[in-house]
Design a protein around this ligand. Sequence first.
Ligand code: ZN
Length: 431
Amino acid sequence: MMPTYRTVACPGNSSGVIKFTNCLLVKGDSLVDGDLWVSSMTGKILNGQEILYEHRTAPEKIVNLGGRILSPGLIDTQLNGAYGFDFSVIPEEATAAYGKGVLRVNRSLVATGVTSYLPTLTSQPPEVYQIALPFLGPSGNARDASYGSESLGAHCEGPFLNPTKNGIHNASVLQEPINGLSDLANCYGPTNLQTPSPIKLITLAPELPGALSSIQALTANGIHVSIGHSEASYEEAKAGVKAGASMITHLFNAMRPLHHRNPGIFGLLGTASHSIRKPYFGIIADGIHLHPTSIKIAWNAHPDGLILVTDAMRLAGMPDGTYDWTNGSRIIKNGALLTLEENGKIAGSSIQLVDCVTNFLNWTGASVPEALKAVTETPAKMLGLQDVKGTLNEGADADMVVLDLQEAVGGEKKLVVDEVWKFGVKVFDRI
Ligand code: ZN
């Protein structure tokens, strides 16, 4: 039976206070029956008890969710583009068109439940970073819900990567950070490394000359570092973490596979926690990049470190069909699967983050809150934003997703985004 969804407005009350009722709140590893109070004025989550009993404020609106799940908004830490726009391509006409393209992505992306994210640049020549980065910094979106999804800062995936693990990155633009931070500043632009930096996360290969001192300098500046596109041995990867790296970019992809005598980067997940802090790690659960069992092994090894990412590119959100790509080649999009027309090779991902959560649920046997944690609480913690994003605790931003959990006859589960709220304002409603 369909539950009844009801929104009750209380006339004459303009407090901006909204009370969600009859909902399952995502709190840690549990789903909890309860109410949630938010303010559409401040865009923050409120303390319901305090509002009701101390301030005697009645809600302006009561939203009955009919028993559905109310989760913090989803966070994607690796998104290369979507809706036909690629963050790594500067339009020829004018850089103003770039800013417009970013805004268009933000407004469409929010309807998928992704309320904040890291726009991600693949390896590029310096001029691309220097034009693009000022548009990609943490905006707070002026705390205006009409701007859509919010950038938490850019993710620069490269160009300080190992050429032997370049994947789809253009090997000719890859660099070595031999002179440490000054090489990074020359590449990304000196002002883009100064605080406050538009860059939130940099993926680099720790075995490159100068990489360890670069990691130390970046993390001292508040920029997070992730290990990726790397040939690192276990020891080299560990040295990267000791220098300050706190994340692994798309674990298993573009790195050495696990070897029993040298477990490589993957080995970091098995390290005793007193020796180093186990890093967070990105997982692309699109059914193409990784075998479900590999995902389950990684999750069992370090459940609190797993972060689901889409790594999606500009064809995400576009209809199925054949699209022009670079150098005259073409890509066929069939659902989430993208293949090169000429040879059928995998050409990236176009999955939505909520579908990664659904896959993760079905493949690992995780509970719904455990799976949602991998796109809310865990990425927020990795970015040092655990009090602001990825939580329904008082004082956090009122970025929320209403999810319907559907179950097929065979027991397969599916999470569907019914509503999205940004800064306490409803910005998407499926029904
Ligand atoms: Zn990559």
